[in-house]
Design a protein around this ligand. Sequence first.
Ligand SMILES: [Zn+2]
Length: 253
Amino acid sequence: MPRACRALIVLPLLAAIGCSSNGTPTSPSSAVPSGRGSTRVLMLTATAAFRHESIPAARQAMAGLAASSGEFSLTATEDMSSLSADNLRAYDVVMFALTSGELPLSTAQQAALLDFVMSGHGFIGVHSATDTLYEWPDYGRLIGAYFREHPWTQQGTVIVEDPSHPAAAGVGDRFSILEEFYTFQENPRGRVHVLLRLDAASVGATGDYPLAWVQPFGAGRVYYNALGHFSETWNDVRFQRQLAGAIRWAGFR
Ligand SMILES: [Zn+2]
């Protein structure tokens, strides 16, 4: 990866020009240098259904986090052609942030994304990434669950189930946040390792509502966080801390 691409934020149309053709091909065994700035993240915010107003804030927040942490470089794009086997060789982590609907992915691109993760790379989904690609069941297995509904858009308490995990560390045992809290078609608990759950009582409900989780996928690592509806969430240092930790964890070598 040329240093010129580190922490470079490229607009969608420039994404392929910016970094894709310069990446050194990687295999699970080839070493991507670890340490500061070594993780290369491809952030996709394309939508084929609902489009969140927070997408610009999400992109800006992640660009800021890349620059301030010095731990990863970020390419934000809505160009679906960036999800090709060839282009993915330039990245360590693919992040679906606020995506929605049946994104146009060819069979070859679907295989490329699955191969990317299974061969030892990272996949991160945020908020409506579970409201995405319902018609591709392998994607549901990759991300862990599909969105069902959002019964509560209000202040609620989030319980941190595993504060020792890098993607949930540093935010305390629980925190209160204004969010659009999701429920899922099937509770993923049991199939995934839950990091966050909603304190149901805080929204006047009962039941088990996981909000963030991780799971292995082949030799790769998958992280999902259901928060992120509002721009304020993306600008919340507690949310950013989780995402930075998730990138560190998912992009490990
Ligand atoms: Zn939302």
